[in-house]
Design a protein around this ligand. Structure first.
Ligand code: SAM
Length: 180
């Protein structure tokens, strides 16, 4: 839980060959910026989910991740009691709306891959742009999550890992937590 509410990220329209790396990075970004769950939709791809689980095992945390064969059905059910945030270049500026998005109930942040269903724009409680230029779902997610959720690095979100990176001015400092 990020604070006292659950944050999920839903990746629509994954294309197993074309989006392999960017979807993998999307899930890692979701995890690093505070998501509790990453949901993959589009073409099924165990490799992305294996990557996310492997990073969680090494660096800690309890990220839930799974493939969702019917994402729009899932979203319709979720929207009954949760907040749906759709990141799109067509939306309202994140600088303007992020402060209005509630942080007291479960939320899902939705990003596209291939063209997203038009219905998503009406299901979403918030259609949010990170600028109105086309760029990347990974960049959009990272900027939005950091702006909306704030600092994660100090939280206990990543407890239970095998290793921990210690911030340092230069070089790499990694603590093996299993030797502690
Ligand atoms: N081809 C797809 C379409 O036309 O719907 C979108 C491709 S875009 C690279 C993939 C995703 O990145 C979008 O669905 C959106 O979630 C996100 N994205 C790209 N630029 C964005 C922006 N300026 N603000 C917010 N999200 C953005």
């Amino acid at each position: 839980m990020t604070g006292d509410f659950r944050v999920s990220v839903l990746r629509l329209g994954h294309r197993r060959e074309r989006d392999k790396r960017i979807t993998s990075h999307l899930g890692l970004t979701a995890r690093a910026f505070g998501a509790d769950e990453v949901i993959l939709a589009g073409e099924e791809d165990d490799s992305a989910i294996e990557t996310w689980n492997s990073v969680s095992e090494r660096f800690g945390g309890n990220l839930d991740c799974h493939f969702e064969p019917k994402p729009m059905n899932w979203l319709r059910r979720f929207a009954v009691s949760g907040t749906v945030i759709h990141l799109t270049m067509y939306g309202e500026s994140w600088r303007k709306v992020t402060g209005e998005i509630p942080k007291d109930k479960p939320a899902v942040i939705v990003v596209g891959g291939t063209k997203v269903p038009a219905e998503l724009f009406s299901i979403a409680d918030h259609n949010v742009s990170i600028g109105n230029q086309p760029h990347s779902e990974v960049a959009a997610l990272g900027v939005f999550m950091d702006s909306w959720l704030g600092p994660i690095e100090e939280s206990s979100k990543f407890a239970g890992g095998q290793i921990e990176v210690v911030p340092s001015e230069r070089g790499k400092r990694v603590v093996n937590l299993e030797e502690e």
